[in-house]
Design a protein around this ligand. Structure first.
Ligand code: ATP
Ligand code: MG
Length: 391
């Protein structure tokens, strides 16, 4: 009897002809997670099996992989006789601690000579006779022993773990995440990765008004997203001259509106250059003056590119819950300020007007955007250990 892991795909199963594409990317995600462990993956259309001696170490790492619905510790029996199923069931259960149990059988091999209900009844009776002090509970058993009868083998299992669900990273192509050092954008990134998007990152900094620590914080946040299978690059934009120009020359209550319009313009160009299909950010309806619906409309006006805002309708507390769950919260609340916070006007406009925006922008020196784009610094995301050293 071999002990192995059985992976159930979940939402992938609805993907028809694309299924192989999804499964191949899931295999890739799993391979990335299991570096350094000996294992072998066996795929089929419905399930994946992982053969390894390090079952629980693999299990632990797979808990962070998107595209997995359920992970099951299974036992494979090659002798499909009912006697062999019965004795194996006792072997499997004798070390488990439980008082009540139930057996459920699934017979995908319809040529198997005994019907599912009958298999469950025979195995249940055998287990009851051979393990002391247990009883059957069909409604709410502590242990549910599954017997899966398949053409190639029989599988027994009772121990299962919920997977992350979602889609394997990369199945939906690439997007560019506007990543700041705050709480929100990294959460927006996590939710996007969950839906199969792979991310590169754009970060706007205004040195010397912002510090290197602020940049390192963003690197550490990008690194958190690597735990969920994302491998991407950080594009650091030197935003200093643009911000200073706006600050000195343009209408002060519109400062954030202009700044964000410039960010979107740069992000769009970069997204196109790197083959990203969308820009993602952590904007949230009403959170601050620059995120009222009219403000979002005023900023979005500079582009036709898809802008995805996964957190648009979240409450701050809901966002914080996710941030704590994914391990980004403690990094986000470190004090270093990024460029938005440094240049906040006293009374930012809540309902910016297009005629004001257009006439003010006539003053802007658009060559600054070109310069910033030509001057982007690219950082490959470092390992967790390396990025901790930054902080
Ligand atoms: P966060 O907590 O993620 O920083 P926020 O509540 O501070 O968000 P804003 O500063 O208004 O909100 O920014 C809204 C979104 O714009 C951010 O979630 C992020 O996606 C993007 N953004 C803001 N500042 C920067 C920056 N310096 N570099 C890159 N993206 C940024
Ligand atoms: Mg911010």
């Amino acid at each position: 009897m071999e002990k192995l892991l059985l992976i159930k795909y979940g939402e992938l199963t609805t993907k028809g002809d694309n299924r192989n594409y999804f499964i191949n990317l899931l295999v890739k995600s799993i391979e990335n997670k299991l570096v350094g462990i000996n294992y072998e993956i066996e795929n089929d259309y419905y399930r994946m099996f992982i053969h390894t001696d390090d079952i629980y170490m693999v299990l632990d790492r797979l808990k962070n992989v998107f595209g997995i619905h359920e992970i099951v510790v299974a036992y494979k029996i090659n002798d499909s006789s009912i006697d062999s199923i019965c004795t194996s069931a006792v072997d499997v259960l004798k070390n488990a601690s439980f008082k009540t149990f139930k057996v459920e059988t699934n017979r995908s091999d319809k040529s198997y000579e005994i019907k599912s209900n009958e298999v469950s009844r025979i195995v249940g009776a055998y287990v009851l006779k051979n393990i002391n002090d247990i009883s059957v509970d069909v409604h709410n058993p502590e242990v549910l022993l599954n017997v899966e009868i398949r053409r190639e083998a029989i599988y027994l299992y009772y121990e299962s773990y919920v997977g992350m669900n979602g889609y394997p990273v990369g199945t939906m192509g690439k997007a560019l995440l506007m990543l700041s050092g705050g709480i929100d954008s990294v959460v927006a990134g996590y939710l996007s990765i969950k839906r199969g998007v792979s991310l590169d990152f754009i970060y706007f900094e205004s040195i010397p008004h912002t510090s290197l620590e602020a940049r390192n914080k963003v690197i550490a946040l990008a690194n958190v997203l690597c735990n969920y299978g994302n491998v991407g690059r950080i594009y650091v934009v030197n935003f200093t001259k643009i911000q200073e120009y706006i600050y000195k020359n343009m209408k002060s209550d519109y400062l954030i509106t202009f700044m964000r319009r410039m960010m979107y313009r740069i992000a769009e160009k970069l997204a196109k250059n790197i083959g990203a299909n969308a820009i993602i950010n952590g904007e949230n309806i009403g959170q601050v003056a620059s995120q009222t619906l009219t403000s979002i409309k005023a900023v979005n006006d500079v582009t036709n590119f898809p802008i995805i805002r996964p957190l648009a309708t979240y409450d701050k507390l809901e966002i914080i819950d996710v941030a704590k769950k994914i391990g980004s919260y403690d990094i986000s609340i470190l004090p270093y300020e990024d460029c938005c916070t440094v240049f906040v006007p006293k009374h930012p406009i809540i309902n910016p007007k297009f005629d004001v925006i257009y006439s003010e922008e006539e003053k802007f020196d658009f060559s600054l955007l070109e310069n910033a784009l030509n001057d982007i610094m690219v950082i490959d995301i470092p390992t967790k250990e390396e990025s901790n050293e930054y902080l």
